[in-house]
Write a protein that binds this ligand. Sequence first.
Ligand code: MRU
Length: 347
Amino acid sequence: MKLPVTLSLDPDSGTIQFIDQTRLPGNLEIVECTTVKRLAAAIRNLEIRGAPALGVAGGFGIALAAFRIRKTDRAGFLDALKKDGDLLIGTRPTAINLSWGVRKVLQAVEQEDSIPSMRDAAVQEALAIAREDEACCRAIGDHGAALLPNHGTVLTHCNAGALACSTYGTALGVIRSAVAQGKDIRVIACETRPLLQGARLTAWELVQDGIDTTVITDSMAAGMMQSGRIDCAVVGADRITHDAVFNKIGTYMHAVCAKHHGVPFYVAAPLSTFDAERSADDIVIEERAREEVATCGSRMTVPEGAKVYNPSFDATPMELITAVITERGLVTPPVDMKAFISRHTIR
Ligand code: MRU
């Protein structure tokens, strides 16, 4: 199993290296990032994407900032770090992991008195986030693998794989662990319009692992469920409130179809994706540029004059979800999600 390392931090310089995910599957390009501004652009452009990877990027971004800020007084240094944190958090509003990663590292920095020790704390905490993310993904994989049937066909949407995390993946972590246990699993990867994270990234990862993968357009999933060709679905999440799972646009459509056809619908996510403070109605769904829908490569696919609506995520109500697979085990709605989230979410 050849797992990509999505992003890494040089502890001596604060420089970040990341895989530019917009270039996959054609080109595997590693970018060296030396400024917070460049990191913010990479997140905005989806060069780095996926909720847990955004958490790691947020943490790494504060560590990078700690090497670049030239202030010599503690208060000024901290103030400048927080401004860089705000810049990063402002890039994408829906995945809660981004603000979680930024705040976690800022909290560690605030415990320290001198600038060198603040810098050191930022690096250590940021690296810990990445390490813990991998451990969470592997634990999610272990908990979820038992849910996948042997000789089963599993549908997934978007990319909740190694590329969306520090490595290994959440939804793809479940699939990887099931395969590692010797199960024969076939994956249906929905292409995930408009930016094709399923076709480009999920299929790329799974093919490298030698896992049987078929890409379908998103609109083919319902028919496959109707004809009994999907045994279960497993997807990731960008934010989980007590009443809904926010994930890539199209997830809700698959969940409705799954419920209708009696197909189990699983969500795999670490506790850093849970939001204890808000309900579904409070969450901002990112809307992205017209061009993402209105063009295909350099070709125009929508005439000028036609409006385009391009929300990046949708909300799947809890009652459509069979179980949420976390690093601490399964949560099965209608368990009291509110109580579960406030018990397990550390902010
Ligand atoms: O817009 P993206 O590509 O960042 O959206 C990613 C998703 O919706 C993923 O499914 C989600 O972040 C879970 S990743 C483990």
